[in-house]
Design a protein around this ligand. Structure first.
Ligand SMILES: Cc1cc2nc3c(=O)[nH]c(=O)nc-3n(C[C@H](O)[C@H](O)[C@H](O)COP(=O)(O)OP(=O)(O)OC[C@H]3O[C@@H](n4cnc5c(N)ncnc54)[C@H](O)[C@@H]3O)c2cc1C
Length: 475
């Protein structure tokens, strides 16, 4: 348990009402969206300002205490699991939009601001914040930066790193540094770029300066219905191959369509093998000719039906269904584990065949909903955590799928990060020398490995009890 002196010093900084230390209350923070492993923190600290956050980190530095940063806990790789770190610093009260600069199209926000709140704050001015993870109504900018998050519209607009100009970071010794800057091109090493995607292992981010983009003049959104996932995958390659770059290109297979339809009643055909959501955006004059090309490609690859959203309400309903697809999965099984891998787009049919074969071999149901345009797959492995053998099969199946991604020329994560989940898979894509250099780099920011220990790279002494079956839902 945490030293009472440390607890006292933390209370002096943030006030007792910003500390959560009662076992019943800390349990809420035992995991993120990857529920395979759980660990309750000794204490959760909720600073209200960047200054308080820095003072908290200085207290921890003085006492040699490890900590884990947490945003909203929507991560899907166990990134904010308090592994060998008694203190969790949660940014939910760092939720102010500090400045909106409309002329220069920038926003300065605190780390705990929810992703969607940024777009909501600037929408009246015809601007938006482009990275839009499907969790955007809950996840924070700090979590997005730490994971370099993507989303449906990052096919055209790029991932988080393309939209972050600067970050304010509290280093693990409490020093506050500003990396990057408000200008578009800051000379010197791109330390801002290093922090994006560092999964909380360089310290605690307290602020970010974000790039805003203009809302496109027009949209067209299409639902393509296919008999097989193979046809839908070939249509994905066909669309990009035709020189069209949609704003978003998403796929859902039959199992997920059934769950989403039961939850939201959009009118998805539940007998289809797969559906594609294709969104175009840009100048109004370009929309109809481009959409005709997309429809042609879909039909060439066997689409049995194409539906273009007739108005904004239909478009919004379609996206609502897609973005809440993970939530609908609760209808299919008590538990699920979302995998995240990448393959070259043209290899989508191969990886989807492999996923299906892996599912059969391990006697598991696997649903697929993913950013097809990026080749970023998200097989969702359904299970019941009360069945220890099934949990083991889920873990083995996930590892096989990731290995297959690498064999097809892809990678072990597209956007959810390494966290705890994929520490063992890192050597599939990096040599021992690569890993050594990355750890040396981490040591520049965090020589004592006190920020988010046990993540990305194994830390000696850290221990994670993966797959300890524990009842999660009432029966
Ligand atoms: C339904 C659902 C849909 C999702 N869809 C997508 C998607 O489309 N695209 C996508 O990329 N991801 C998606 N995710 C994953 C997740 O939402 C993202 O990784 C998100 O960026 C996590 O943000 P968070 O605030 O919840 O971070 P957390 O889960 O709290 O933390 C994630 C990591 O960031 C670190 N961290 C958090 N805040 C800070 C900070 N201030 N300073 C330093 N480190 C910090 C943590 O230590 C941890 O390592 C989805 C998750 C769910 C549950």
């Amino acid at each position: 348990m945490i030293d009472p002196n440390v607890l006292g010093a933390l209370a002096d900084v943030v006030g007792a009402d910003a500390l959560i230390a009662r076992p019943g209350e800390t349990r809420v923070y035992e995991c993120d969206g990857w529920t395979m492993a759980r660990q309750v923190p000794d204490v959760v600290v909720l600073p209200r300002t960047g200054e308080q956050a820095a003072a908290v980190v200085r207290v921890l530095h003085r006492h040699g205490v490890r900590f884990v940063p947490r945003g909203a806990g929507t991560g899907l790789s166990g990134g904010c699991l308090p592994l060998d770190a008694p203190v969790m610093i949660c940014t939910s009260r760092l939720n102010r939009i500090v400045e909106i600069d409309l002329i220069n199209r920038r926003a300065v926000v605190e780390a705990g601001v929810v992703n969607l709140a940024v777009t909501r704050a600037v929408a009246a001015h015809g601007l938006l914040y482009a990275p839009d993870p499907s969790s955007q109504s809950a996840c924070t900018i700090g979590g997005n930066v730490a994971e370099n998050s993507g989303g449906p519209h990052t096919l055209k607009y790029g991932v988080t790193t393309n939209h972050v100009l600067a970050v304010e970071l509290v280093l693990p010794d409490g020093e506050v540094v500003e990396l990057g800057g408000a200008m578009e091109d800051v000379p010197g090493y791109d330390l801002r770029g290093l922090v994006v995607g560092s999964e909380g292992t360089f310290g605690l981010m307290t602020r970010a300066t974000l790039r805003l983009v203009r809302e496109p003049e027009a949209w067209r959104t299409l639902l393509g219905v296919f008999e097989t996932v193979s046809d839908a995958s070939n249509a994905v390659s066909g669309i990009i191959g035709a020189g069209i770059v949609p704003a978003a290109l998403e796929m859902m297979d039959r199992l997920i369509v059934e769950a989403v339809e039961a939850a939201f009643h959009f009118g998805f055909p539940t007998d289809a093998g797969a559906v594609l959501i294709v969104e175009l955006d840009g100048a109004a004059a370009e929309m109809d000719p481009q959409m005709r090309d997309v429809i042609d490609v879909c039909r060439t690859h066997g689409a049995r039906e194409v539906r273009v959203a007739e108005d904004e309400a239909q478009r919004a309903a379609l996206w609502k269904s897609r973005k809440r697809a993970f939530g609908a999965v609760g209808r299919l099984a008590p538990n699920y584990c979302t995998q995240d891998g990448v393959v070259p787009r043209t290899k989508l049919p191969d990886i989807l065949r492999t996923i299906s074969a892996v599912g059969e071999r391990h006697r598991l149901r696997i649903a697929n909903v993913f950013h097809a345009g990026d080749g970023n797959i998200h097989p969702i492995l359904l299970y019941d955590e009360r069945d220890a053998d099934e949990v083991r099969r889920v873990i083995a199946a996930g590892q096989e799928i990731l290995r297959a991604c690498v064999d097809l020329g892809g990678s072990i994560t597209g956007e959810h990060g390494i966290g705890v989940e994929k520490v063992g898979e890192l050597p599939l894509i990096f040599s021992p020398q690569d890993l050594l250099v990355m750890q040396q780099l981490r040591g520049v920011f965090d020589p004592d490995q006190r920020a988010n220990p046990g993540k990305i790279f194994p830390t000696p002494g850290a221990c994670v009890e993966v797959s300890k079956p524990r009842r999660q839902v009432p029966v």
